[in-house]
Design a binder for this molecule. Structure first.
Ligand code: C2E
Ligand code: MG
Ligand code: MG
Length: 750
């Protein structure tokens, strides 16, 4: 069985092919030998030939006659005979000549000599030349027929035998074909576990030739990880229901074999079947165990797909770090181990400090690259056994399972902060990100994975709330502070209903006249315990939780009411600026609702200016621009807030319906007496002029800035130099006093 043949066997081939094969193979066997055997009678004496013919015909046969050797020769060549009855002494071509001819030609007819030549030599020679038997003339009819029948029986036996052999050959060829063209590896092991057979699949699958593996032990091709499994699989007594089916193991490929799969390395996944072979299949004894046979099916593709799916389920696709699910898994394991060994462990919640700015201003691609770079540096700070995972966004979680003291953790936290301190250089941008790290230690900060993660999160928010870029261990008091996002979120939902939100106003002053031309509405939260909170303390949570449109609507309603009141008191020229969030702008009914609110308080849209940041605009220009057009068509003004910090270009600014650019306060802050860093302000001024847009500067804190902006032709300013945001009452007082004319008109001192 070990020889190779992928040629299909004759039974599978087409007619034409089969004929060729038949020519090359053994002589075809006639089926008629049973029912109608071909018999030839040969004698040179016509009377004797006729009487022989009659005798044989009488017994139900239909023989042919040949008068003399020459005629016999012609007939023998024309068709195959089963039995030939043959006279020896004939002129020209004798019986001996025919015997010689038959032998030379390989005729397989049975030749029976019928001759009066009774001499020992004649018989001897005839038998020597392959005659089947000898009947003496004059013959006894019973003896002659008996001899004829005997020859026929022999002929039939030979025929059957040959037919069986050819069937066996065919079926063997068929099986070999099936085995060798099987997509599976087919193998056989002897009782010691060494290969005795392998089909052709072995080479493409494992890179070994059949000869290399025959005689070698199966363990040589089993991946080290699966040696134990395999030993068990190939153990004896694996038959019947105990036969091994569909067992998944990894096989080793020959080193340097072509077509290696990248994911698998040198290995290849197969599904194994194994069945014991016994001397007596009914009695499976240890002594009767002969070996094992079975198949191995290549399932690498399925395994790879599975591995990819598994990987995706447990990893963050951007950084390839473990995700939240996998970290939780490892954490619960680590907790169990720490508990058993009475050891400690730490989890670190790490949030990048300035990631959002990068993401919003330089775009997601850059944000993604930064995250990957950060992940890379963080990984450099880990020890074997630590797990770094990305929780999403700019949040990372570290599991440090083997910790003795707090100091161990302090060392790692400091190392991380130091690593992140150096700028990341991406595409020529120097990006600075810090990190806020919250640490929770087992067992003091919690004994479940949820508790530890949540408390690390709480500690992280403490760092964020205070200084940023630092670390802090969780302590019980933190829980009492209402600082978790969860409680804050709950409180924020209440705050809207409980009327804890307030609207403050910051005056905007026209530089040409020094009068208050407008006010910007800015939200504040009067927290019952924590006092007055600025937007940056709660708007990020409002944004995350989707509460922000509600806040915006509230602020807009209240501010419009206040504005209506001021108009009623004689300040009809006063304009109100409100900030829009992306979420609010995305609402379908947003434009109608805002116009309705304006009408409700008896104002016109011209009294309102909306501020949107570049990033909101860029997020979905196609949806945003039509809405802004409708607002503008209604008479409302539109300003780009924090201008210069986003990622805008002149070409897109032309497509957007805007009236005002609002220079971000960071650029204003750069205006100093030494004139450094003002180039951006100059550029924005030039841009506004080119696009014929109004220019307002925010964050103006001193006279240097004021003077510079005025000189550049900025029409309006807003900033602490005039007033911080104040409540509605205080703003009302400012409106009555109109206190800024002097400062603006002759504000050339310091
Ligand atoms: P913004 O729209 O750019 O608002 C201007 C911010 O600059 C205000 O901060 C204001 O208090 C501050 N500011 C004004 N003058 C000066 C100054 O001279 N120096 C400095 N350093 N800062 C000054 P605030 O009130 O904390 O608001 C922060 C941001 O929160 C706002 O930035 C705005 O984007 C957002 N925001 C405030 N109220 C709302 C609101 O009702 N809805 C929405 N969607 N966002 C709001
Ligand atoms: Mg604003
Ligand atoms: Mg601004």
């Amino acid at each position: 069985m070990a020889e190779s043949s992928v040629e299909p066997p004759a039974v599978l081939r087409s007619g034409a092919e089969r004929d060729d094969a038949a020519l090359a193979g053994p002589a075809p066997v006639r089926d008629s030998v049973r029912e109608d055997p071909a018999i030839l009678l040969v004698d040179d004496n016509p009377d004797l030939l006729d009487s022989l013919f009659e005798l044989v015909s009488l017994h139900g046969f239909r023989p042919d006659k040949a008068l003399g050797g020459r005629q016999a020769l012609a007939l023998l060549d024309s068709k195959p005979y089963d039995v030939v009855l043959l006279d020896l002494i004939m002129p020209e071509v004798s019986g001996h000549d025919l015997l010689d001819h038959a032998r030379r030609e390989g005729l397989d007819a049975k030749l029976i000599v019928v001759s009066g030549d009774a001499s020992f030599d004649g018989v001897q020679h005839a038998l020597h030349c392959g005659a089947f038997d000898y009947v003496r003339k004059p013959y006894d009819p019973g003896e002659l027929i008996a001899t004829l029948e005997l020859a026929l029986r022999q002929r039939r036996l030979e025929h059957d035998n040959r037919r069986m052999q050819s069937q066996i050959r065919e079926s063997e060829a068929l099986h070999r074909f099936i085995v060798n063209t099987s997509p599976d590896l087919v193998y056989m092991l002897d009782r010691n576990g060494c290969f005795t057979f392998l089909n052709d699949r072995v080479e493409p699958l494992l890179g070994y030739s059949r000869e290399e593996l025959l005689g070698r032990h199966f363990s040589e091709i089993i991946d080290p990880e699966f040696q134990d499994v395999a030993r068990n699989l190939f153990a004896e007594r694996r038959t019947g229901r105990r036969a091994t089916t569909n067992f998944e193991v990894r096989l080793k490929r020959r080193r340097g074999a072509p077509g290696l799969r990248v994911v698998q390395g040198l290995g290849i996944w197969v599904e194994l079947t194994a069945q014991g072979i016994y001397e007596d299949p009914r009695e499976r004894t240890r002594d009767g165990f002969l070996g094992t046979y079975g198949t191995a099916r290549d399932i690498s593709e399925r395994k790879e797909a599975q591995e990819v799916i598994n990987f995706q389920a447990y990893h963050d696709l951007l950084t390839h770090l473990p995700n939240r699910a996998l970290l939780k898994d490892r954490l619960s394991l680590a907790i169990a181990q720490a508990e058993r060994n009475e050891r400690r462990l730490a989890v670190m919640f790490l949030d990048l400090d300035r990631f959002k700015v990068v993401n919003d201003t330089l775009g997601h691609t850059m944000g993604d690259r930064l995250l990957k770079a950060v992940a890379g540096r963080l990984q450099g700070c880990l020890r074997a056994g630590d797990t770094l995972s990305r929780f999403g966004g700019d949040e990372f979680m570290l599991l440090l399972p083997d910790i003795r003291t707090r100091d161990d953790v302090v060392v790692i936290a400091n190392k991380i902060l130091q690593q992140l301190h150096a700028p990341f250089v991406l595409d020529g941008h120097e990006l600075f990100v810090g990190a806020s790290i919250g640490i929770a230690m087992y067992p003091e900060a919690g004994s479940s994975e949820e508790a530890l993660i949540q408390n690390a999160d709480i500690a992280m928010y403490h760092v964020k709330g205070r200084s940023k870029n630092g670390f802090q261990f969780f302590s019980e008091e933190m829980n009492h502070h209402l600082s978790t996002r969860l409680t804050l979120e709950r409180e924020l939902r209440n705050a809207i209903a409980a009327g804890q939100l307030e609207v403050f106003y910051q005056p905007q002053v026209r530089l040409a006249s020094g009068s208050i031309s407008g006010v910007e509405a800015l939200v504040r939260w009067k927290h019952p315990e924590r006092g007055l909170l600025a937007p940056e303390a709660f708007l990020p949570i409002a944004l995350e939780t989707g509460l922000i449109p509600q806040i915006d609507e509230y602020v807009q309603r209240r501010a419009l009411e206040d504005l209506a009141a001021w108009h009623a008191r004689g300040h009809q020229a006063l304009r109100l600026s409100v900030n829009l969030s992306a979420l609010q702008l995305e609402q379908d009914s947003f434009v109608e609702r805002l116009l309705r609110e304006i009408a409700r308080v008896g104002l016109t849209p011209g009294a309102l200016k909306v501020e949107i940041t570049e990033n909101i605009l860029m997020r979905d220009m196609e949806a945003v621009v039509p809405k802004l057009r409708r607002l503008q068509a209604a008479g409302m003004q539109i300003a780009i807030d924090d201008f210069g910090t986003g990622y805008s270009s002149l070409s897109y600014l032309r497509q957007v319906p805007i009236d005002t650019l609002k220079v971000d306060r960071s650029f204003v802050a750069d205006i100093r007496a030494d004139q450094r860093g003002v180039s951006i302000v100059d550029a924005i001024v030039a841009m506004a002029r080119g696009l014929k847009l109004d220019l307002i500067a925010e964050g103006v804190e001193n006279r240097v800035q004021l003077r510079y902006l005025k000189a550049q032709g900025c029409s309006e300013v807003q900033g602490f130099i005039f007033s911080p945001p104040v409540d509605a009452h205080a703003l009302g007082v400012l409106l009555e006093r109109d206190p800024y004319r002097q400062l603006v008109l002759d504000g050339h001192g310091n």
